[in-house]
Design a protein around this ligand. Structure first.
Ligand code: NAD
Length: 274
């Protein structure tokens, strides 16, 4: 289905990341992937030793898991979406290696107002915390797309997918405050980009809301087991699995689709419940 197609996969932290399931599904269907992970780059300035050690370990975990799950030859690069120079350097790498993309998965989120599964009330969230979460989790869809476009790295009829959560539009049973606003922005960005890019060269942009999933680092840092079980019981089909999400992303990434600007639920039907 994806013979001759190449997709950028962001957001792999380890083998349990949702993005890893998508990358596997693309490869199973004959496509190629380029994977990016957070790591120290020459564009970082004034990093503390602690921050440097964290980023080095993050990149090491990312690279090991990509090579063991997707194969040693899989192309890996550093990408920090908060640094325009890092995005540009990544684009230059793709150009130097003659790689053109047929789309990408945005699977990036960060919210420092959630610590040890405890979430700051919105009234205590600082402007800086608000902007940091927005920059990483929402604006990055614009900046990454823009850099790829301006460097002519996205083929016509490309497809872009990002990952969201029901909290973008409804107050959830577990506290999910600051990041829910960034997810709402991510979904709105999806719709606006779908119009802008569809008219430009047929590029599609869609977003998928997934069930709560504790297997990943981000999920484990945020969710409680009882919250996941609650969603599982409330959903007519039970919580969707990462494989279900990967299958749906594959469907949206495949060439010649006519679906764009869609906010799609892969959540076992949780969203229809009152
Ligand atoms: N786990 C869930 O329950 C769930 C449910 C619905 C949607 N999602 C979304 O799925 C996506 C992937 O999350 P996951 O659950 O697989 O967790 P994960 O921890 O595996 O992935 C989050 C990724 O974001 C990356 N990231 C953070 N800051 C970055 C930066 N500045 N530059 C580049 N990358 C950065 C991390 O390195 C990590 O790879 C996120 O957008 C998340 O909100 C998760």
């Amino acid at each position: 289905m994806l013979e001759g197609k190449t997709y950028l996969i962001t957001g792999i932290a380890d083998e349990n990341s949702l993005a890893m399931y998508v990358a596997k599904k693309i490869k199973e269907n004959g496509g190629q992937v380029v994977c990016t992970g957070l790591g120290v780059s020459k564009h970082h300035s004034k990093l503390s030793d602690k921050a440097k050690a964290f980023l080095n370990k993050t990149y090491d975990d990312f690279q090991k898991s990509v090579h063991s799950v997707l194969g040693k030859k899989t192309h890996t690069e550093i990408l920090d979406v908060t640094l325009p120079e890092s995005i540009e350097a990544f684009c230059e790498k793709l150009i130097s290696k003659n790689i053109q993309l047929d789309g990408f998965l945005h699977a990036i989120a960060m919210d420092k107002t959630i610590r040890n599964k405890v979430v700051k009330p919105l009234l205590d969230v600082s402007f800086q915390e608000f902007c940091d979460t927005m920059e990483v989790s929402a604006y990055s869809l614009i900046s990454l797309t823009s850099h790829l476009f301006k460097n002519n790295l996205l083929n016509a009829d490309s497809s872009i997918c990002s990952l969201s959560y029901i909290a973008a539009s409804k107050v959830t049973f577990h506290p999910y405050r600051n990041i829910s606003i960034a997810k709402a922005a991510l979904e709105r960005i999806t719709v606006e980009l779908a119009d802008e890019l569809g008219r430009k060269n047929g590029t599609r942009v869609n977003c998928l809301r997934f069930s709560p999933y504790m297997g990943s680092k981000a999920g484990n840092a945020t969710l409680n087991e009882q919250d996941v079980q609650f969603a599982h019981r409330k959903s007519p089909l039970g919580n969707a699995l990462p494989e279900d999400l990967a299958y749906e992303v594959l469907n949206l990434l495949r060439p010649n689709g006519r679906t764009t600007g869609e906010i799609r639920h892969v959540d076992g039907g949780y969203n229809i419940m009152g």
